[in-house]
Design a binder for this molecule. Sequence first.
Ligand code: KG4
Ligand code: ZN
Length: 345
Amino acid sequence: MLILGIESSCDETAASVVKDHREVLSNVIASQVDEHKLYGGVVPEIASRRHCENILWVVQKALEDAHTTLDELDGIAVTYAPGLIGALLVGVNFAKGLALASKKSLVPVHHIAGHIAANYIAHPDLKPPYLCLVVSGGHSHIVEVLSYTEFHVIGRTRDDAAGECFDKCARAMGFPYPGGVHIDKASKSGDPKAFTLPRPKIAGNEYDFSFSGLKTAVINMLHNAKQKGEEINCNDLSACVQNTIASIVTEHTMSAAERLGYNKIAVAGGVSANSGVRETMSKMCDKKGYSLYMPPLSLCGDNAAMIACAGSYNFDAGIRADSSLNAYATMSLEENISLEARRTI
Ligand code: KG4
Ligand code: ZN
């Protein structure tokens, strides 16, 4: 089975062809990060325009690299939610046109389901059910992956996502956008015990996250130091931020796994590239005897191979969309296949 995946939910225009669910034949990504860096974050209007300019050659290259043609495809999978609406619409409309012209099935994919699927590409033995920590720029979720297409979100962020917290702390320290990777690098020569940062206790759902208090504490610390003419060692502060985020996400995932009886854990999303998160999760999973699955760094961030992989499982499950498919800026992972209901909105 050959599925073409298309991803345009944020600032990466990406296309990929995946064979039989997990074999990546091509994986093309046109990143806009250098342009958005100038503004300190993604400018939605610019993102949409660049997707428009890039999508045709990105898809053509994905087909060429895979030595295949539209005719040979079984379906065209596209990210339709969640993300920047103008950015998503470019991929969705392109996929709709392509599916209509080539008479191929159009398969809608939820972006988070895509991140979860990145691990299938890297780990041939990984099969549901298992517990997945999804940490990205826009989302922090603990998800029970019940099957390839069914998910139960048991914890989510109440405010900022883990990646957003990394990026905002990094920005306050003067690192360029996206700052997560700079905090990761700076941490390597910092002391993770140099500062005490807040660890939020949340009332209600014990698996939920809250990162806004941590972000505010870091911004205030830097602001106060500046006012006093003092200098803060950003390597140390980076190590403390990374250590705090890594231990919070790991602790929540471990207690959910223990309570719900999972011994198979996966991590996905852009922040799964973070060395602190990877190390802390690995140590704790080793200690508890859990199997841990993490994507290679190349599949942690946004890419279309993960969308094609998730799309091929949706295809198997009979999940299809027609030309009325719309894009949605927000949509929970659990409601993602209720497309029939959505069409009437
Ligand atoms: O999954 P992703 O590419 O996009 C979304 O779906 O949001 O995640 C992007 C996020 C950004 O916040 C970025 O700073 C963060 O992932 N990120 C990292 C690292 N690499 C990417 N955060 C911490 N450490 C890293 N090494
Ligand atoms: Zn993403």
